[in-house]
Write a protein that binds this ligand. Structure first.
Ligand SMILES: [Zn+2]
Length: 196
C-alpha cells in the first residue's frame, strides 16, 4: 500500500506564513511521537516533495483503526500548489464564483472525463499565475467579474493551498486526528485520498 496517500491541505494560510506554520505543527507532531525528524523517502511518490519524515513510535494514534500496514514517510509541503486527489488527475471539476455563486463546470461528469478546454484553460492559467507568485485572477463566465483563484470555491478533490501534510502508505487517518491537525493549522483544510 506504499502508493496510497492521504493529505491534509491548509487552504487559507498565506505563502508568507506557510513556512513557520508548517514548522510549528511539525514540532508538535514530533513531540507527540507521531513523526520523527528522520528523513525518509521509501514508497513516496509526491509531486511536491522528494523527501518526507519517518513515522514516530506513536504513529498509530493518528489512525482510524489498528494498523494493518504502513507507515511510509510524511511529506511536509509548503509553497503555492494546486492539489488533486484521486488517481493522478490534474484538472478541477468545477469552481464556484465568490461574487455571484454561479458554478462554472470544467468536467461534465459522467458525460465526460476530460475538461472542456475552452472553459478550463483560463482558470488553469490563473492557477499557474498564482503558483508563480501572482494574484491569479479568473473571470466568472456568469457575472464577468475577475476574482483571485484563492477566493473561488473549488470542487472536491481540487484544492489550492500553501501548507500540506501528505501521508504516504499510512492506513486511513482518524477524523479526530485530522480535526486536531486542522485546529493546529488554525485554518480551513481539505482532505484528499488517492493512489499514485
Ligand atoms: Zn460570478
Amino acid at each position: 500500500m506504499g502508493d496510497y496517500f492521504e493529505r491534509v491541505v491548509d487552504i487559507e494560510a498565506t505563502a508568507e506564513e506557510a513556512g513557520p506554520l508548517a514548522a510549528r505543527v511539525l514540532d508538535r507532531l514530533v513531540a507527540e511521537g507521531i513523526l520523527t525528524r528522520e528523513p525518509d523517502r521509501e514508497g513516496m511518490y509526491s509531486l511536491y516533495a522528494d523527501e518526507g519524515f519517518a513515522a514516530g513510535p506513536e504513529w498509530a494514534r493518528a489512525l482510524q483503526t489498528e494498523p494493518g500496514w504502513g507507515p511510509g514517510p510524511v511529506a511536509v509541503i509548503t509553497g503555492r500548489h494546486h492539489f488533486v486527489g484521486g488517481q493522478g488527475e490534474d484538472d478541477a471539476e468545477y469552481a464556484v464564483c465568490p461574487r455571484c455563486a454561479a458554478r462554472t463546470t470544467f468536467i461534465d461528469y459522467p458525460n465526460s472525463f476530460e475538461p472542456d478546454e475552452r472553459t478550463w484553460a483560463p482558470f488553469r492559467s490563473a492557477v499557474e499565475a498564482w503558483e508563480a507568485g501572482g494574484t491569479g485572477e479568473a473571470t466568472c463566465p456568469a457575472c464577468a467579474t475577475p476574482s483571485p483563484v484563492t477566493d473561488w470555491q473549488w470542487g472536491d478533490p481540487y484544492a489550492l493551498g500553501t501548507v500540506c501534510f501528505e501521508f504516504w502508505g499510512w492506513p486511513p487517518l482518524s477524523d479526530a486526528f485530522v480535526a486536531d491537525l486542522t485546529a493546529r493549522l488554525g485554518h480551513r483544510t481539505v482532505r484528499h485520498m488517492g493512489k499514485f
